[in-house]
Design a protein around this ligand. Structure first.
Ligand SMILES: [Zn+2]
Ligand SMILES: [Zn+2]
Length: 274
């Protein structure tokens, strides 16, 4: 068997083994025909292997097994379809056109988080909307699922709270509500602090974040609000993160996330101009 035949993919899938479908709410990775019709396992994903004692057992196909697993992980991550093109941290971002703060954040996500995963901390991206915060967070989990087989989940803060509220009102046991969110190795909470949260909601959020902290799970946050320190530094009358989510949650996040402040012009507007 030549080396060439071991290479994953074909021209149709750009040698990745999958193509991304953006026709529903969430982005979906679909196995390319070259994997579906894998010549090594006949497309089953499994091969019959034999251990040293001569017993045969079923093992994942050495050619397509990993990509099949990673595609499944990507598909349960709940990445919004509008980010279907963001399959890795720097997808679609041109470093020389980015403002320095976004460059630093990109570098952090790529070099300090994805490359060194599992790291001690997650990260929190704060700053005005339109700078690419969600793009970076999505790129991070897309790359972790598709390339490294890490179990990740994306949740919009507002939807997260309504999902939790609905589950509780339907009488779903607390563990069934919170645990799937705790089990994800990397959880993105997008737009933390958006909308007015009441005491009950913040309490649930606190529980979720504490449980993830105790389980050493990594949490990635994007938020349009900034911490007291940053607000003082930039002399902005921004709404303050600690006020939106409470001191308790904010201080917990400090323990589990690297805080990165993104300032500068709206990246999307800049791109349109360019
Ligand atoms: Zn292919
Ligand atoms: Zn195979």
């Amino acid at each position: 068997m030549g080396r060439e035949s071991q290479k994953i993919g074909c021209d149709d899938c750009n040698w990745s083994g999958y193509v991304i479908d953006d026709s529903s709410n969430n982005a979906r990775a679909v196995l390319c025909k070259c994997i579906e019709e894998c010549p090594h396992c006949g497309g089953t994903g499994n091969i019959l292997s034999e251990n040293k004692a001569g017993y045969s057992y079923i093992a994942p196909c050495h050619f397509c097994g990993v990509i099949r697993r990673n595609v499944k992980l990507y598909n349960i991550a709940g990445i919004p379809a509008k980010y279907s093109h963001v399959v890795q941290v720097d997808a679609g971002l041109e470093l020389n056109r980015m403002n320095p703060a976004l460059q630093r954040a990109l570098k952090y996500a790529k070099e300090e988080f994805v490359k060194k995963y599992p790291t001690k901390n997650g990260f929190l991206l704060m700053g005005p909307s339109g700078l690419g915060k969600t793009h970076l967070a999505v790129g991070t989990i897309a790359e972790l699922t598709l390339k490294h087989g890490v179990k990740c989940m994306f949740k919009d803060f507002f939807y997260l709270l309504s999902e939790l509220k609905q589950a509780y009102s339907e009488g779903t046991p607390e563990n069934d509500v919170i645990m799937p969110l705790v089990e994800a190795d990397v959880l993105v909470i997008d737009e933390l602090g958006k909308g007015r949260s009441n005491e009950w909601e913040l309490n649930i959020l606190d529980q979720l974040i504490s449980k993830r902290y105790n389980a050493s799970k990594k949490t990635l946050i994007t938020t349009n609000y900034v911490t007291y320190d940053i607000a003082q530094e930039i002399g902005d009358k921004h709404e303050i993160l600690e006020v939106r989510v409470g001191e308790r949650i904010a201080s917990r996040l400090h323990e589990m996330c690297e805080f990165l402040y993104l300032k500068g012009k709206d990246y999307r507007k800049e791109r349109k101009k360019a």
